[in-house]
Design a protein around this ligand. Structure first.
Ligand SMILES: Nc1nc2c(ncn2[C@@H]2O[C@H](COP(=O)(O)OP(=O)(O)OP(=O)(O)O)[C@@H](O)[C@H]2O)c(=O)[nH]1
Ligand SMILES: [Mg+2]
Length: 481
């Protein structure tokens, strides 16, 4: 299907409650479509006496939502009565300058289940259809206001967990990512023209060799660009979903204390008695813009107490599932057999930070020995008690997750598997084209690969997209968006 065509109906008017249902300050019922203003005329009595279809675009009007609005206001006292449902503010945004590029009416009412439901019912009885999930955004796409990448970023904005996640999504909504894809695609279209010319003039040998060299160089450059984009997928995933970081160590090294410091609240119980934490505790925290699911675990020891034993089991399985392991040691004491046992377990885990806590105490730990076990892992000294070294630890966590490349203000990142899949297939085609050139396979083959690569890029922004793919994308949205 091509955008704006196909079987998707755009000629009806849709309605939904666009705010969370429940008690609150304001609830919004949103209408979009060619009869949005006509419906508003039938259900809204404006204080200024005007009807919505005469309102100027982007104007706000005070009045009431009523049954039988077209009964003259002076008859309010006697039958047939215009029954007031709620006191509201109504906003009109006329096509094409609206969210959907259609006529949009937003009714700001009191947010309660009954008024919202009654207004929704009334609008539906006046010939509007209940919107499907994401249908307002889908219409913005089908009417050509945004592309698919931008529509997907609307969802990422709604779900953003930190400032940095939001920034990534807003950059995508602004079209930075789409522009990048479009540029690559245009370059490929240019190269395709070159390739076709080579096919046409293949008898002229010298020209042919020169052209092929040029095409090879250009395709190699594009290959690098796509690879670079693909490498942003991990960052994108981190920003959207967060990472799981597990704090582990022997009993009493200060794991729960560190958890509380990073959370900035006394979430986990801290005592001087080893074996205080027995269950794993999970909390989400924003570490330098990264949503981190922080897990405090039971101190790992060889205990016989059944509850502690179960706790140790859980610590081990948390470590296995962790994206990042924060391994705690005690600055004030020598490493013991429990520490060594944990080291055996995590030695081969790449994403491990060694944190030496209690550095306010007299040094007793053998750092040389720690280094021997972890020659390549970062070591950070902190005091959970005096809040020392915490900022350094947070920076180290960010650096490890972003592999030392902190995102720039205009960074873009792949935000889902659909985009990644299309980019990968576009890259595979470019690789085959480059190999075919190198191995002097016919230029027709090269041309087919480049064409297919262009198509995959087009699917990323949604220039060519199937109805099934569209349904899948928008089914993740909530109703009213
Ligand atoms: N001096 C000093 N004491 C600390 C520091 N961090 C934690 N402690 C103390 O160490 C003791 C144990 O702290 P916890 O945070 O409960 O240690 P834990 O690793 O969670 O212990 P378990 O849950 O039993 O495995 C408490 O008495 C803390 O006050 C620190 O940086 N310096
Ligand atoms: Mg603890």
């Amino acid at each position: 299907m091509t955008k704006g065509m196909g079987t998707i109906k755009l000629d009806d008017t849709i309605v939904a409650v666009s705010t969370p249902i429940g008690e609150g300050g304001i609830g919004i019922v949103r209408l979009s479509g060619k009869d949005a203003l006509g419906i508003a005329d039938r259900i809204f009595l404006s204080k200024d006496g005007e009807t919505p279809s005469r309102f100027k675009t982007y104007t706000v009007h005070y009045g009431h939502i009523v049954e039988n609005a077209q009964c003259p206001p002076q008859k309010l006292a006697g039958p047939p009565m215009a029954e007031i449902i709620d006191e509201v503010i109504l906003t009109v945004m006329r096509a094409p300058r609206s969210y959907t590029k259609e006529d949009v009416v937003e009714i700001n009412c009191h947010s309660g289940i009954v008024p919202l439901k009654k207004i929704l019912d009334l609008v539906m009885r006046n010939e509007a259809r209940l919107a499907e999930p994401g249908e307002f955004t889908k219409r913005a796409f089908l009417n050509g206001r945004i592309d698919i990448l931008q529509a997907e970023s609307v969802l990422d904005i709604i779900r953003a967990k930190t400032d940095l996640s939001l920034k990534a999504a807003v950059n995508n909504l602004g079209g930075l990512f789409s522009k990048k894809i479009d540029n690559i695609r245009n370059e490929l279209v240019g190269i395709l023209a070159h390739i076709e010319a080579t096919i046409d003039f293949s008898e002229e040998d010298d020209v042919d060799t020169l052209r092929k060299k040029d095409i090879f160089k250009k395709l190699a450059k594009i290959k690098k660009e796509i690879e670079k984009l693909i490498s942003t997928a991990d960052e994108g995933k981190v920003l959207r979903q967060g990472i799981k970081a597990v704090i582990c160590g022997s009993p009493n090294v200060g794991k729960s204390s560190l958890m509380n410091v990073l959370l900035n609240e006394p979430r986990a119980i801290v005592t001087h008695i080893p074996g205080t934490t027995r269950d794993t505790i999970e909390e989400v925290v924003n570490i330098k813009g990264i949503p981190v699911i922080l897990v405090d675990t039971a101190g790992i020891s060889s205990t016989n107490h059944p509850a502690e034993k179960e706790g140790v089991e859980r610590s081990h399985s948390s470590i296995k599932r962790a994206d990042l392991v924060i391994f705690l040691l005690d600055y004030g004491r020598k490493m013991n057999r429990h520490d060594l046992k944990i080291i055996q377990n995590i030695k081969d885990k790449n994403n491990t930070i060694i944190v030496i806590n209690k550095n306010d105490l007299r040094k007793n730990i053998d750092i040389g020995l720690v280094r021997k076990f972890f020659p390549k892992r970062p070591i950070v000294y902190v005091s959970a008690l005096n809040l020392q070294g915490i900022d350094k630890l947070e920076n180290k966590i960010r650096d490890m997750i972003f592999k030392g490349r902190a995102p720039s203000p205009d960074f873009i990142s792949i935000s889902n598997d659909r985009q990644l899949g299309k980019l990968r297939s576009s890259l595979d085609d470019i690789k085959t084209a480059v190999d075919s050139l190198r191995e002097r396979v016919s230029m027709d083959c090269v041309s087919i690969c480049v064409r297919s690569s262009i198509e995959s890029l087009g699917e990323i922004i949604g220039d060519t997209v199937t109805e099934e793919a569209l349904d899948k994308i928008f089914s993740e949205f909530c109703i009213g968006k």
